[in-house]
Design a protein around this ligand. Sequence first.
Ligand code: C5P
Length: 222
Amino acid sequence: KKKLSIAIDGPAAAGKSTVAKIVAEKLSYIYIDTGAMYRALTYKAIVNRINLEEEAPLLDTLLSSDIKLLPSDKGQLVYLDNQDITDEIRSAEVTNSVSYVAKHQAVREEMVRRQQAFAIGGGVVMDGRDIGTHVLPGAEVKVFLLASVDERAVRRHNENIQKGFSSDLDKLKMEIARRDKIDSEREIAPLKKAEDAIEINTTSLTIPNVVEKIMVLVQERI
Ligand code: C5P
């Protein structure tokens, strides 16, 4: 059987990582959350008080950083310089700053280089914003997940409440919309559906529904 590369892109909180993880598990492929890499750099930049508008210090920080994505029973763990920062990178501060870090060309080039190295040989499910367009333009399966801002905010809200976190639905809506705007309007590799990507609107679909649709695409190409 061929080992495919599967690219899953889409706006914030569209359910990309949830379905990507399940698809990877079903196929025994590796799952790579590229957003976690941008988040890890953002976390380190905040801790080190680096100006997020300046490319050079961000690139220096990235070049001297070891970012590892490791699978575990509890999901994917993120290590920065051998420190577990899985929870830290989901903080509101990181979430609301990461799109500024992700704008810089030199930062993106280095991230893409690392992501492409992870994907050598195929057998990967990678999720992000520019996977189908820039990181894995030759991916055999490209999916673009969509859902309304309201739907995405409600899902994230319920997730927060389930985890026992405080959550403000209107604030979530605003933050998601703002992150999408920055990600779609940036100059370098903006969030955009690849021409050959299959669009799936998940608004009225369950997680198993979405996984099933992707598995059909996989079976056609494997
Ligand atoms: O996927 P996640 O929401 O964790 O991504 C966090 C942020 O990282 C995005 O809002 C975007 O600014 C950036 N990102 C990116 N390119 C990717 C993945 C994430 O620019 N491939």
